[in-house]
Write a new protein. Structure first.
Length: 162
């Protein structure tokens, strides 16, 4: 994935995230489209570039959201690093490996958000994780799988999805 393509995809996902996604789920369970773009970027470009991309992407998301400033930047950087380190490939991943890589990345982000949200409160991490973060990660994962089976996923590399 080229940097220009990643930036366009991220800006489009950010625009959708702040405009349409609030209407695409419940108040607590929503997909995270910029995180999905980050996972794609991390698997194609590697850990170092994914950390940088994730940090900048997270800061932009933090500027446009009402959450704690810097939280998305931290979670995106962490997710980009781990996903890029474990699943970096120059070609689009086969469908099964993409499903696993995106699930790991999204669940890691869900765990990190749960810890950060409940830090300093009496709310249990497990309750937040099971009630809000895992359903949101599953929603995002399903959207990522729909993209992975679409014709856009491997069209340039001629990769078979087996």
């Amino acid at each position: 994935m080229k940097i220009r393509t990643a930036l366009i995809a991220f800006l489009a996902s950010l625009l959708l995230q702040v405009s349409l996604v609030p209407f695409a789920g419940s108040e607590m369970i929503r997909p995270n489209l910029p995180l999905l773009v980050l996972v794609v970027f991390a698997t194609r470009r590697g850990a170092f570039q994914a950390v940088l991309f994730g940090f900048v992407a997270g800061l932009l998301l933090d500027v446009l959201s009402s959450g704690m400033f810097g939280m998305s930047a931290f979670v995106f950087s962490l997710t980009g690093f781990v996903t890029g380190k474990l699943f970096h490939s120059d070609l689009p991943l086969p469908l099964g490996l993409w499903a696993f890589a995106s699930a790991i990345g999204l669940l890691l982000a869900a765990l990190a958000w749960s810890v950060l949200i409940t830090f300093g409160t009496l709310a249990p991490v497990g309750g937040t994780l099971s009630a809000q973060m895992i359903p949101s990660a599953a929603y995002t994962w399903v959207l990522g799988m729909l993209w992975a089976i679409s014709p856009w996923y491997g069209r340039r590399a001629g990769v078979r999805l087996d």
